[in-house]
Ligand binder design. Structure first.
Ligand SMILES: [Zn+2]
Length: 183
């Protein structure tokens, strides 16, 4: 059984900075205001805020789309979706320990931009949650390309090492899943 090591306080600080920068770069790239981006209704959480079934082994993040419907109404308009980007602290910490030159800021910046691209593509119906495994792989490659394009406009220390790591890593960046939840 692998351990579920969590980020410490300083690491959380670093991740908060990479979330901030990721949102800014994604907004610039898609020409969205921060408010427009936030309308995609997502949350970015690290291990400390994940429930046991949101923690996975064998990927660095998981994006979950929760589908729900408010209890006191039967109208479709009252249904709501939101995305939760579940950062897998333990996998990221292990990768950084094993890989010289891989730094937390650059690595989580890559991961968070990648997940935001998934969410934007889902909400624009460019990506389908019920895709076949082959389609999912093709989409993963497209999301990676977009993420590279977003990052290529900026010089971020350590990004080259992140891209080298992604090319060599046998672990996928993420797992994408749909959870139907009725409240
Ligand atoms: Zn992905």
């Amino acid at each position: 059984m692998e351990t579920s090591e969590q980020f410490n306080k300083e690491q959380i600080e670093v991740v908060n900075q990479s979330v901030e920068m990721a949102e800014e770069l994604v907004c610039n790239f898609y020409k969205l205001s921060v408010n427009q981006l936030l309308r995609h209704r997502y949350d970015i959480k690290t291990m400390v805020d994940l429930s046991p079934d949101e923690i996975i082994y064998g990927a660095f993040a998981q994006v979950i789309r929760y589908e729900g419907r408010k209890k006191d109404t039967t109208l479709g308009s009252a249904s709501y979706d939101f995305y939760k980007i579940c950062i897998q602290d333990h996998s990221i910490i292990a990768a950084i320990r094993k890989t010289s030159g891989l730094n937390l800021f650059a690595f989580t910046l890559y991961i968070i931009i990648h997940e935001l691209v998934h969410i934007i593509r889902f909400s624009r119906f460019l990506q389908n949650f019920e895709a076949s495994p082959g389609e999912k792989l093709a989409e993963e490659a497209r999301v990676h390309e977009k993420t590279l394009e977003i990052l290529s406009k900026h010089s971020v220390a350590g990004i080259r090492e992140v891209l080298d790591f992604c090319n060599k890593s046998t672990l996928p960046i993420d797992n994408v899943q749909l959870v139907k939840k009725c409240h």
